[in-house]
Design a protein around this ligand. Structure first.
Ligand code: BES
Ligand code: ZN
Ligand code: ZN
Length: 480
């Protein structure tokens, strides 16, 4: 895994690469800048620029400010984005270390700058001949801030590492990252961070009669896996676990309902982004020793075409005995997730959240600006999810989840069919999943945000690691 170091410090000099976070009240005479530099900064700020670059030839000093009239979560996002442009600048300069100096006594804002910088420094270049040459030189971000706690810095570092790990998994092609390899990757993350990982193999999956997973896997030369991850600290504040379920389709051709290549199948290695997010969350919880008991479940397979592959018209049976008429083999995510939702019942979850690249409909509905969410949990839980979404800027747009949508999934010859028709595709997918639950349930459809074809700021190009920051933030605050 690519490494970045983020630490707290008190010592720095004006001969280093600095980012000074200031606002209107900052007394520039207390900062070690020349009079002409101060005048230059003030002139630039007057032109509505929030970021001023001072070239000291052997180093750079960047003065960063922000619009104080905006809400705190919006300011944090502006600062993450500022961190992105700072990262690009220092990558070009081949800088090795960047020091962020908090001149406004706001450790949270300073960490947002560091977060944007660190997330932007991620690269997936291992397949390039000139990878070494292209590797970012930035290896250290130091933060100088009076109120900053070590634990907050460690939290950010763990989160950044988890996002990197999730992105690595999503960016890795399915020719390398099979379901078995995905489960092995979870085991090594578990070992590194200190959470438990148990992997059910094909035999065990068959003995549990997980017909959703087995049917989708029928066209594959690779066996499926079902990973059970757990973080259970002695001081957990919840008596019943919160269960996370991540869609782990390592590659989705659509099966016999084959996907077209451009803008569709060509990036379907991202179809396990939900699974990667779940592992990333467990990693962060364990690394930060969060006081919450969480179980992560990942059903995993690829979805391919072969003489043996399942086909439209097949009737399959999920592990709880529910029969499903498969009208479209490309609606495979819900079939493997159904088995996981049934498996989760034994834990009597306080709450279950699934995260999945589930529908193109979710992508089309809100684009790449957020995550589509829906569920039957209390208004308070929904409010907490929205809050975590805003705070991390992995925003959640809550869709209706009215019971009438479930009627679209009726079949004449089976208990359910796996598609609902033309309309409200993201919601009928959610309703299909809800059928297999008997606990408070919330569904996150990340199809729009899992993978960026064009660079999207600190989210980068390719895998974004969406969901890691959102769910960690939610879980870490849930019982406070
Ligand atoms: N993996 C896809 C959804 C997807 C779309 C993920 C875009 C990432 C970006 C999923 O398995 C799928 O193909 N869903 C179908 C469902 C349909 C057949 C009801 C879809 O959205 O077209
Ligand atoms: Zn599909
Ligand atoms: Zn899929």
């Amino acid at each position: 895994m690519q490494k970045i170091n983020i630490n707290k410090t008190q010592s720095y000099t004006f001969a280093e690469n600095l980012v000074l976070l200031v606002d209107k009240e900052t007394d520039f005479s207390e900062i070690n800048l020349t009079v002409s530099e101060i005048n230059f900064v003030k002139k630039e700020f007057g032109k509505k620029s929030d970021q001023v670059f001072i070239n000291r030839f052997s180093n750079w000093i960047i003065i960063q400010t922000y619009d104080r009239t905006r809400k705190a979560y919006q300011i944090k996002e502006t600062l993450r984005k500022a961190g992105h442009s700072i990262c690009q600048h220092f990558q070009k300069q081949k800088a090795e270390k960047v020091v962020i100096v908090d001149c406004i006594s706001n450790d949270e804002y300073s960490l947002s700058l560091a977060e944007g910088l660190a997330l932007s420094n991620y690269q997936f270049i291992k397949y390039l001949k000139n990878a070494e040459e292209k590797t970012s030189t930035i290896g250290e971000i130091a933060v100088v801030s009076s109120g900053l706690k070590d634990t907050e810095v460690q939290k950010l570092l763990a989160l950044v590492e988890a996002v990197y790990a999730a992105r690595d998994l999503v960016n890795e092609p399915a020719s390398v990252l099979t379901s078995v390899k995905l489960a092995e990757a979870f085991q090594s993350l578990g070992k590194e961070a200190g959470f438990d990982v148990k992997v059910l193999d094909k035999e065990k999956i068959a003995s549990l009669k997980m017909g959703g997973i087995l049917s989708v896997n029928q066209g594959s030369t690779q066996p499926p896996t079902f990973s059970v991850m757990e973080w259970k600290p002695a001081d957990a504040k919840n008596s019943r676990p919160i269960v996370l379920v991540g869609k782990g389709v390592v590659y989705d051709t659509g099966g016999y309902s084959l996907k077209p290549t451009p803008d569709s199948m060509d990036y379907m290695k991202c179809d396990m982004a939900g699974a990667a997010a779940v592992a990333g969350v467990l990693y962060t919880l364990a690394k930060t020793k969060a006081s919450v008991h969480v179980i992560g479940l990942v059903p995993s397979t690829d979805n391919r075409v072969s003489a043996d592959a399942y086909a439209p018209g097949d009737i399959i049976t999920i592990s709880d005995g529910t029969s499903v008429e498969v009208m479209n083999t490309d609606a495979e995510g819900r079939l493997i997730l159904a088995d996981a939702l049934v498996y989760a019942k034994q834990f009597k979850p306080e709450l279950l959240i699934d995260i999945a690249t589930l529908t193109g409909a979710a992508h089309r509905a809100i684009g790449t600006q957020g995550v589509v969410g829906m569920g039957n949990t209390s208004d308070e839980v929904v409010a907490r999810i929205i809050e975590a979404g805003n705070d991390t800027y992995e925003r959640v747009a809550v869709f209706p989840f009215w019971e009438e949508y479930a009627e679209l999934l009726k079949s004449d010859i089976a208990d359910l069919k796996n598609i609902g028709g033309e309309l409200a595709g993201a919601i009928t997918a959610g309703k299909f999943l809800e059928y297999f639950t008997n606990y408070p349930y919330f569904h996150l459809d990340i199809a729009g945000m899992a993978f960026m074809k064009k660079s999207d700021n600190y989210r980068g190009t390719g895998a974004t690691g969406i969901g890691v920051r959102l769910l960690y933030n939610f879980l870490n605050n849930f019982h406070k």
